[in-house]
Design a protein around this ligand. Structure first.
Ligand code: ADP
Ligand code: ADP
Length: 221
């Protein structure tokens, strides 16, 4: 590994705030990979791995997958060559134990460089989650009203089939919001105290949020 410090961003916000959407747009300009723990769990589920089968019952309920498993998975992911210069974390850490573990993993890089918080009301988050559609092959994210594909049900990027996540359909959505407030929202104070929190208004259009995020990164990185 080079002696240069790696850059780690942690995107915060309620489920549906737009973390994945913004992370995917940032990947190219920052030349850092998006690491979405939700995407990694779904990939494992699709391939019926042991990890996927373990995660399934937690995901179906909207509860957090146990920390030990999740932290080890992120540790492994950070060892891949594409993360040599850092990463954009989306959906991790999700509680204080994970945040502390991530702090240790990144201590030699000075820890998390910036934690943008994408603010959004619960009502709007519900609308976003229930209209979300995802490409089965590449994971690109759409919304039936706010960010529709050119052709209904078909991914603009690779022509893959768009589907609705099981956990976006049901009461699980409410539990995920509950879990967010109970377990994840303390991270706002945690990163504020570290001096790396930056808030954004997530109710704005995707391109406006992206432009503000980039501006923020130019100032802070
Ligand atoms: P959303 O942003 O809509 O909440 P994610 O794709 O980030 O969805 O997460 C989907 C599910 O995957 C979560 O409800 C949880 O069960 C599991 N999960 C994702 N990230 C983590 C994490 N860091 N720790 C524990 N469980 C996680
Ligand atoms: P998260 O990763 O925070 O759970 P996503 O990036 O998956 O959120 O976005 C949730 C849903 O909202 C998706 O259907 C996405 O297309 C849509 N969306 C994301 N950002 C915006 C925005 N700024 N305005 C309107 N819809 C958005």
């Amino acid at each position: 590994m080079s002696s240069q410090k790696r850059t780690f961003l942690v995107l915060l916000g309620v489920p549906g705030a737009g973390k994945g959407t913004q992370a995917k747009l940032l990947e190219e300009s920052l030349r850092l990979p998006q690491i979405s723990t939700g995407d990694i769990f779904r990939y494992n589920l699709k391939n019926q791995t042991e990890l996927g089968l373990l995660a399934k019952s937690y995901m179906d309920r909207g509860d957090l997958v146990p920390d030990e498993v999740t932290i080890r998975m992120v540790q492994d992911r950070l060892e891949k060559p594409d993360a040599a210069n850092g990463a954009i974390l989306d959906g991790f850490p999700r509680n204080l134990i994970q945040a502390q573990a991530f702090g240790e993993m990144t201590a030699s890089d000075g820890g998390v460089r910036l934690a943008p918080l994408i603010n959004l009301s619960d009502e709007e988050a519900m609308r976003r989650i229930t209209g979300r559609r995802v490409c089965r092959t590449c994971g690109a994210v759409y919304h039936i009203d706010f960010n529709p594909p050119k052709k209904e049900g078909v991914c603009d990027i690779d022509g893959g089939e768009l589907y609705q996540r099981d956990d976006d359909k049901t009461d699980t959505v409410r539990n995920r919001l509950y879990v967010y407030y109970k377990q994840t929202s303390p991270l706002i104070g945690y990163y504020f105290a570290k001096g790396v929190l930056a808030e954004l208004d997530g109710a704005q259009p995707i391109d406006v949020v992206q432009a503000q995020l980039k501006q923020l990164l130019e100032q802070k990185l």
